[in-house]
Design a protein around this ligand. Sequence first.
Ligand SMILES: [Fe+2]
Length: 189
Amino acid sequence: MQPSEPLLRGSGEKPTSLGLLANPLDFISEDHLRERQVCAMIDRLATADALNRQEVTTVLRFLNEELNVHLRDEAEDLFPLLARRCTAEDAIEGVIDRIRADQDEAMRLLPEVRAMLAGCLDRGGDLSARERGVLSRFAGHVRRHLVAENAILLPIARVRLTRADLRILSKHMRSRRGLPDFPETTDAE
Ligand SMILES: [Fe+2]
């Protein structure tokens, strides 16, 4: 999606609008809506009688183009910023550890999920029972990470991160997507 396109918020039916990158926590929150939609799609693929090729294509595109970047936004920027800013009473270390465990498990399953879905498209066949089980487990880990982040990490981040933190987060998220930094802002805020 191009930055000039209108912002689509709250549906998660398309990749998150790059126009939201000026507010990186809003972008991550919107990415979670998108993940929730795709998890529902993966659950449908895991239980449907007949393969929906359009949904397989959408899921594959999401896995290849969106999920990895989202997980890097969090692992490389959001979590370290939170660890730096949060106090002991926030008790977020255990939360981050659990989220990382779900993310790691999702990433471990990712190559197999990708290969299964691409294989279905190539051979035009259905998923086996074992493959359906892998899909369900994968969706479960992705969904658990976003639930914990929405309920605990993002509300704390909105309170604890400074404007300078948000600038850095936004800058790195733009760079990760091949976009230049916003020229009109400064780090002096
Ligand atoms: Fe996330």
